[in-house]
Design a protein around this ligand. Structure first.
Ligand code: PLP
Length: 379
């Protein structure tokens, strides 16, 4: 049987990894500055994490959500303390799209309304919650049988308010830093005004932190740079360091009832053990502080590359923009310089999304390789 061919693949076969280094089947080592779309948060095969997951696998990997699971309680407690959201509740699932889907569902139940406001170039997943990226601010795309989404430009609060005034909007969903779309961000002024208009119109504010959350920005959640408290916060990628786990944090004014949400795999013993280990390592190794430190170093060091027209993002969710399509550059960096970076819908953007353990030495390695690659491409 063939694999359904939906991914263009680089001709590399990784077989093992440690921290920020990936080794392929020929023994070649690669510097991982992409962490598999921001999934590897505490470094590949981090020893404490591996031991904890293995120990859990030996005991009990999975059982039904209808039976008590103290690991979920432990995860919620740790997550509350580290994020500052101690009074929110946690619902666990297995991926980013599923987190967003549950958030949208919660918003619909809560408001008894269906319409969703999203933003141009947003990316929220590929299931029924998929809010496809579009450059057309007017487009209205189906989310599921009941829901439609209206896309608006970022930072235009008057346009948001005009939609909310129509009275049929359940929620606004927004990434604090756009990931796949290309690292655009709302301003603090916009986020604060957004929180205010959502409250004024009883519209649920959903913060999609699937990519930007779990310490990647230097704070636990990227929206915390803006001094706002969303109603629902969605998480996934960095949460399990490679083990599939997602979740939503739900504000205290939402009432839970039996059967309101549900999942088979979400919050399994193994997934919880993985995520608890991630939080423990993040705290013990001060990884959010490392993200801030390495970001500052990167922003200074990258000035040595004059071809870059803009540096975008925050923390270790960064991108460098050129005035040309970076596909060939990215390929050269991987195949010849052995450094993984990421692309975006914005074809001129090279994304840097390393494990939060990355060092300033690795940034130096990246910059030298980038300078060499640019020179070689110029011929
Ligand atoms: N939301 C954001 C902001 C994302 O970046 C992604 C994935 O890239 C998703 C949601 C979807 O997550 P998943 O692929 O785990 O379903």
């Amino acid at each position: 049987m063939n694999l359904f061919d939906v991914y263009p693949l680089y001709p590399i076969t990784p077989v093992k990894a440690l921290d920020c280094t990936i080794t392929d089947d020929k023994g070649i080592e690669y510097l991982d500055l992409y962490s598999g779309h921001g999934v590897i948060s505490i470094g590949h095969t981090q020893p404490y994490y591996v031991a904890k997951v293995k120990a859990q696998l030996d005991n009990l990997s999975f059982y039904s959500n209808a039976i008590q699971n103290p690991l979920q309680v432990e995860l919620a407690d740790k997550l509350g303390k580290l994020s500052g959201y101690t009074d929110y509740s946690l619902f666990l699932c297995s991926s980013g799209a599923e987190a967003n889907e549950n958030a949208l569902k919660m918003a619909s139940f809560h408001t008894n309304k269906a319409r969703v406001i999203s933003f141009n170039n947003a990316f929220h997943g590929r299931t029924s919650a998929a809010v496809a990226t579009t450059d057309n601010p007017k487009i209205v795309a189906p989310i599921n049988a009941q829901q439609v989404v209206t896309f608006l430009p970022l930072n235009e609060i008057d346009l948001v308010e005009a939609e909310l005034k129509k009275g049929d909007v359940a929620c606004v969903i927004i990434e604090p830093i756009q990931g796949v779309g290309g690292l655009d961000q709302g301003t603090t002024e916009f986020f604060q005004a957004l929180e205010k208009v959502c409250k004024a119109h009883d519209v649920v504010l959903i913060m999609d932190e699937v990519q930007s959350g779990f310490g990647r920005s230097g704070k636990f959640f990227a929206h915390q740079f803006h001094g706002i408290t969303p109603d629902i916060i969605c998480m996934a990628k960095g949460m399990g360091n490679g083990f599939p786990i997602g979740g939503i944090l739900i504000a205290p004014h939402f009432k839970a009832s039996y059967g309101l949400l549900g999942t088979t795999f979400g919050g399994s013993h193994l997934a919880c053990a993985a995520s608890i280990a991630v939080l423990e390592v993040m705290e013990k190794e001060n990884l959010m502080a490392n993200a801030t430190k390495v970001e500052a170093y990167f922003l200074e060091a990258i000035k040595a590359v004059p071809e870059i027209i803009k540096v975008k993002g925050r923390g270790l969710m960064l991108g460098v923009e050129f005035d040309f399509d970076v596909s060939a550059l990215r390929k050269k960096m991987i195949i010849e310089k052995h450094i993984f970076t990421g692309g975006a819908n914005n074809k001129n953007l090279l994304r840097i999304l390393p494990p939060l353990t990355i060092t300033t030495d690795a940034i130096d390695t990246f910059i030298i390789a980038l300078q060499e690659s640019l020179a070689e491409l110029k011929g």
